[in-house]
Design a protein around this ligand. Structure first.
Ligand SMILES: [Fe+2]
Ligand SMILES: [Fe+2]
Length: 211
């Protein structure tokens, strides 16, 4: 789909002998093709809400990276690895929304990312924070899904189905670790075994189509 500014640029004919400035005149014109103010194929309300969600996903990535650093500081390298992979997943979520907005000619507005917490009382405390955070994100995704329905934006609804399923998995993974850590209590031998288990997690980007 051509944007308003593009058509203005492409219908301009230059003649031999034109002054050099004329050749590049379209570059200095406030043409919408260059400022990116072309027609958006997605509603403003929807795109504003997705821009907020991109920020929430990047914040999630920050939060889990901060937890990775915390786990490093208490020598739990497997937990650190798990959090690094989690941070990569959140980065992937942010970029999935980012790519979607661009594919619908929407404008991206990247906002400041809030500073995350830097320390926790224990691994259990960190995973309780993780679980709680994921429930908050689920709420945000559900709100987006409701907005997409209100706006009759079926393409965004389809995208959000992926995120709704993803949140079920995210909450379940975090809760499983909360329960495991509760069972372990003060048993450092058991904590060591879980640390080894979490060291095996690798980031696998979801395949195109399913993602
Ligand atoms: Fe996410
Ligand atoms: Fe998440």
């Amino acid at each position: 789909m051509s944007r308003e500014g593009y058509s203005r640029v492409t219908t301009r004919f230059l003649k031999l002998g034109d002054a050099p400035e004329a050749v590049f005149a379209h570059v200095t014109e406030p043409a919408s093709a260059l400022t990116g103010k072309g027609k958006q194929m997605i509603g403003k309300k929807m795109v504003d809400a997705i821009n907020e969600q991109i920020n929430a996903e990047f914040y999630s990535s920050y939060l889990y990276l901060s937890m990775a650093a915390y786990f490093d500081s208490i020598n739990l390298k497997g937990f650190e690895n798990w959090m690094r992979v989690q941070a990569q997943e959140e980065d992937f979520h942010a970029k999935k929304f980012f790519d979607y907005v661009l594919s619908r000619q929407g404008r991206i507005h990247l906002k400041a990312i809030a500073e995350p917490q830097t320390t926790w009382k224990s691994p259990l405390d960190a995973f309780q924070t993780t679980y709680k955070h994921e429930t908050v994100v689920t709420g945000l995704i559900n709100k987006l899904a409701t907005l997409a329905l209100k706006e009759d934006d079926h393409a965004t609804s389809v995208l959000l189905h992926w995120f709704i399923n993803e949140q079920v998995e995210e909450e379940s993974n975090a809760d499983a670790l909360v329960q495991k850590l509760k069972m372990i209590g003060d048993n450092s031998g058991a904590l060591f075994l879980v640390d080894q288990e979490l060291a095996a997690r690798v980031f696998v980007p979801p395949v195109a189509g399913g993602a």
